[in-house]
Design a protein around this ligand. Structure first.
Ligand SMILES: Cc1ncc(C[n+]2csc(CCOP(=O)(O)OP(=O)(O)O)c2C)c(N)n1
Ligand code: SF4
Ligand SMILES: [Mg+2]
Length: 306
């Protein structure tokens, strides 16, 4: 049993705390066990997220998680927050509505590569273009895990998939490049081996305005790894260990990932361009002057019109 630290105890909010499981207050324990396969990395990303929530001291009543459909989409059902398990491809659209209806909320989209970059790709590029005040965590396992291992927009070239039995020949999206090019304020990539780095990035993202995008490369052991004869979850972590390199500030045009090739990771983009809410307040204040009441004041601290 894990030892309970003073920090855990403090976080635990009294009686609800289940001794020995420092994550118990963060999770809907009644929904355990989860559905994820042995060696799957999604749980690691959830733990890193929980750590970030804990360390940042963010008010959990002001934090919401939105997922689409897929193995990663299940996250929304397991976190003990206001959370929404929406339709496949639509979590960013849903999250945008949530944020604009209640700008006080920190809204986190937590979903898969197929969900956010395949069917939901259009929502992603426009949210990034608008620099919408959202945190988007994309669990990139290079496949449609839940539905049987089909090719996604991030499947590396030559990799085998159920819809590419002779190897994928399509170009893959490089997600950090896409996010950067579309206008996101913060862009980072890690693998699930780099759990503390993921936590650090999420903590940073909590303090950013505009769109923060965090990609986490993590194995789908059951469909992607098995089909490509890459071993189990531990073998995936070994690959991440051997082939990853941290390059903060790297040019996102140069961070694409080939099959079992090197993985460049780090914080690539950290800028403070006006977020959607800031830009809206600036424009409307300029046009309407004192007749305009700033919307979502916490976002712009009352000086958006300057
Ligand atoms: C509109 C719609 N299209 C297709 C599906 C079927 N579907 C459910 S989950 C999924 C794949 C999810 O893949 P990804 O987002 O990468 O998540 P993962 O399972 O890999 O974590 C698909 C295609 C659906 N539920 N709804
Ligand atoms: S099918 Fe893949 S992504 Fe889904 S839980 Fe299993 S290992 Fe994880
Ligand atoms: Mg996926």
């Amino acid at each position: 049993m894990t030892e309970t630290t003073a920090e855990d105890q403090e976080y635990a909010d009294g009686e609800d705390f289940i001794e020995g499981n420092p994550m118990a207050n963060f999770l809907r324990m009644e929904r355990m066990p989860h559905i994820w396969c042995p060696g799957c990395g999604i749980g690691t990303v959830v733990t890193s997220f929980a750590e970030a929530v804990k360390k940042s001291g963010i008010d959990m009543d002001k934090l919401a998680v939105v997922s689409g459909i897929g193995c990663t989409g299940r996250v929304a059902g397991y976190v003990n927050l206001d959370s929404f398990h929406t339709t496949h491809g639509r979590p960013i659209a849903f999250a945008t509505g949530l944020k604009l209806a209640n700008p006080e909320l920190k809204v986190v989209v937590f979903s898969g590569d197929g969900d956010i970059m395949g069917i939901g790709g259009n929502h992603f590029i426009h949210a990034a273009r608008r620099n919408m005040d959202l945190i988007v965590i994309c669990v990139n396992n290079f496949t449609y895990g839940m539905t049987g291992g089909q090719v996604t927009p991030t499947t590396p070239k030559t990799a085998n998939a159920s819809t590419a039995p002779h190897g994928n020949f399509e170009n893959a999206f490089s997600l950090p490049f896409l996010a950067d090019a579309c206008g996101a304020n913060y862009v980072a990539r890690w693998t699930s081996l780099h759990a503390r780095r993921i936590t650090g990035s999420i903590q940073e993202a909590f303090n950013k305005k505009g769109l923060s995008f965090i990609e986490v490369i993590t194995p789908c052991t059951t469909l992607y790894a098995r089909r490509n004869r890459l071993g189990d979850g531990l073998d995936a972590l070994q690959y991440y260990h051997d082939k990853s390199e941290i390059k903060h500030g790297a040019d996102t045009r140069e961070v694409d990932i080939g099959f079992q090739d090197k993985i460049i990771m780090g914080k690539f983009v950290d800028r403070d361009n006006p977020s959607f809410l800031e830009a809206m307040n600036t424009q409307f204040s300029t046009v309407m002057g004192d007749d305009y009441q700033l919307y979502g004041k916490t976002e712009c601290e009352g000086d958006c019109g300057e």
